[in-house]
Design a protein around this ligand. Structure first.
Ligand SMILES: [Zn+2]
Ligand SMILES: [Zn+2]
Length: 337
């Protein structure tokens, strides 16, 4: 029982998951003196902490989204480099979720826990692929932890988008996509499929997209949607926040085809609710088969499940003879999708 007792040094608190000997919280929900941040999404990266250990990319993302004063001190750590925090060996390894996203590997007293943050296993040309780290305790997300969730291959969803654009050359295509990660992944995939015309962005998505380009992700010609309402955007590809696709902003475009790139587009009720014409099942989170296979690959004997459909995953893992439990952590939402 190598995992026995890990909960003596790593446990949930009202401020977040706490590693006691290191005095550090992982993705804290409230400001703390010392934090490790797995990635830049707003339910994981919050302002006001004293010191923040994260990858250099996550730090750049936090500065763009939250301001350069978002933490008292930023401590960049490269993937694979070990930092000693009061005797706890801390290492960040790629999580494959968005640019800079990391799993946190914690070693103490001969035991190893891995806190995944959000993750996926399907290929994403905008970030480093998830790395399996064998461990005693694996802390997993559960955003899409129901057997119904099986994401499509992103490239084939992008092929459907481009086919719709060819069929409707006079209509603009408005794609709703979250601003950090999904937007840039869609752009990169569209480029890899051979589309090289300018791509138009809602103002909310500009800064992070420019940062991705600056950090080496080639996204081609991306521009702000022109203010001039008479600009001819027939046939154009436009990407904006999902909320903007449904509101007045979308009315400036000629007879638009609306689309939404999200794992939730697997669910008919969500498609209906979103009102989009072209649902694209593209997710930055592991689907049900990826969650199960990843957990088994880590060979963890104890699995802690956080934010999402904890119950279904705990049930399935227990059925397979693993120890599993839900961690009641506060402050996480579906924002990452
Ligand atoms: Zn996320
Ligand atoms: Zn999340």
């Amino acid at each position: 029982m190598r995992a026995a007792g890990v909960d003596q040094w790593l446990y949930p608190t009202p401020r977040g998951l706490y590693c006691a000997p290191a005095g550090v919280y992982i993705d804290p929900a409230r400001p703390v003196e010392r934090a490790i941040v797995t990635h830049g999404h707003s339910d994981h990266a919050r302002p006001g902490n004293g010191a923040v250990l994260a990858t250099a990319e996550t730090i750049e993302i936090m500065k763009v989204r939250l301001g350069t004063e978002a933490a008292g001190r930023f401590e960049p750590a490269a993937y694979g480099a070990t930092t000693n925090l009061d005797g706890v060996a801390v290492r960040l390894v790629p999580a494959g979720h968005v640019l800079g996203s990391a799993q946190v590997v914690l070693e103490w007293n001969g035991q190893r826990a891995v806190v995944s943050g959000d993750y996926k296993r399907s290929p994403d040309p905008t970030c480093a692929p998830f790395e399996v780290v064998p461990c005693d305790v694996f802390v997993t997300e559960a955003t899409f932890a129901l057997p119904v969730f099986r994401h499509e291959h992103a490239a084939s969803e992008i092929a459907r988008l481009l086919a719709s654009m060819r069929r409707n050359p006079d209509r603009a295509h408005l794609v709703g996509a979250y601003g950090l990660g999904k937007c840039q992944r869609v752009i990169r995939l569209v480029r890899e499929a051979g589309y090289d015309a300018p791509i138009y962005l809602h103002g909310a998505h500009l800064a992070i997209t420019e940062l991705y380009a600056k950090l080496g992700v080639d996204l081609g010609d991306c521009r702000a949607v022109p203010d001039d309402k008479s600009a001819d955007l027939a046939g154009a590809l436009v990407i904006g926040p999902p909320s903007a696709i449904a509101d007045r902003w979308s009315r400036r475009f000629p007879d638009p085809v609306t689309a939404f790139a999200s794992g939730w587009m697997r669910i008919k009720g969500r498609v209906r609710q979103s009102g989009v014409e072209l649902p694209l099942v593209i997710s930055d989170h592991a689907d049900w088969p990826e969650l199960i296979s990843t957990i088994l690959e880590t060979s963890a004997e104890d699995v802690w499940v956080t934010h999402g459909r904890e119950d279904a995953l705990v049930y399935e893992l227990t059925r397979r003879g693993l120890k599993a439990r839900a961690l009641a952590l506060v402050g996480f939402d579906e924002e990452g999708e």
